[in-house]
Design a protein around this ligand. Structure first.
Ligand code: SAH
Length: 206
């Protein structure tokens, strides 16, 4: 999997590749899917959600440009796989998942792997988590209609926000927002497909 990320997808950041090497992806999927855990695609988890394709996990992580000093906020923890990857690279990871049972399971897996610098809580992540901010980096693993204002507000100057943004619920472009002294600067990193971001600054639940 890691060779494919480097040679086929052009992921260059060695620390990111090492994190992808060290976190067992099979630990985050159901028993029946264990054999496919290192394939090149997203996989279903409970409650109609998905664990993202390894490439997209690596790409988003690379775009965050985090290091051992970074405080990171993650929205859409799902299985907890991306949370585990971030925890290997950052100082502290605060993860939010709107589905309570997924949040509890994700936190359990993280603890079982002996990771103590990541916390998963259940609430609407489009509001951010101001108590632990401001953040060096924010990753949103679900696709929203626009950039949630609270997330930009909770970013440090110089901080990075990576989020899929789309005009419809089922297709997006990967957007990176860099907060500068003069305001947010936005970059487009190509098309992608995520489950919808549902919440006050996301899509309505239906
Ligand atoms: N990074 C995850 C991918 C999870 S899919 C992994 O590695 O497994 C996206 C997740 O975002 C889903 O679990 C969904 O429930 C969650 N989500 C959607 N809207 C959200 C919101 N407003 N706040 C927090 N989580 C949200």
């Amino acid at each position: 999997m890691v060779e494919r990320l480097r040679d086929h997808y052009g992921i260059k950041n060695e620390a990111v590749l090492e994190a992808m090497r060290s976190v067992p992806r099979h630990f985050f999927v159901t028993e029946a899917l264990r054999g496919r855990a290192y394939d090149d695609n997203a996989l279903p988890i409970n409650f109609n959600q998905t664990i993202s394709q390894p490439f997209i996990v690596a790409r988003m992580t690379e775009l965050l440009e985090i290091d051992k000093q970074s405080r990171v906020l993650e929205i859409g923890a799902g299985s907890g796989y991306q949370t585990a990857i971030l925890s290997r690279l950052a100082s502290q990871v605060y993860a939010i998942e709107r589905i309570g049972e997924l949040a509890r399971e994700a936190q359990g897996r993280i603890r079982d792997l002996g990771i103590y610098n990541a916390t998963v809580k259940a609430f609407d992540g489009t509001l951010g988590w101001s108590a632990h901010g401001p953040y060096d980096a924010i990753l949103v693993a679900a696709g929203g209609p626009r950039i949630p204002d609270p997330l930009v507000a909770q970013l440090k100057v110089g901080g990075r926000l990576v989020i899929p943004i789309g005009q419809t619920r089922d297709s997006q472009n990967l957007v990176r927002v860099i907060k500068t002294e003069k305001g947010p600067k936005t970059e487009d990193h190509g098309s992608c497909q995520f489950v919808p971001l549902i919440g006050q600054h996301g899509w309505e639940k239906n």
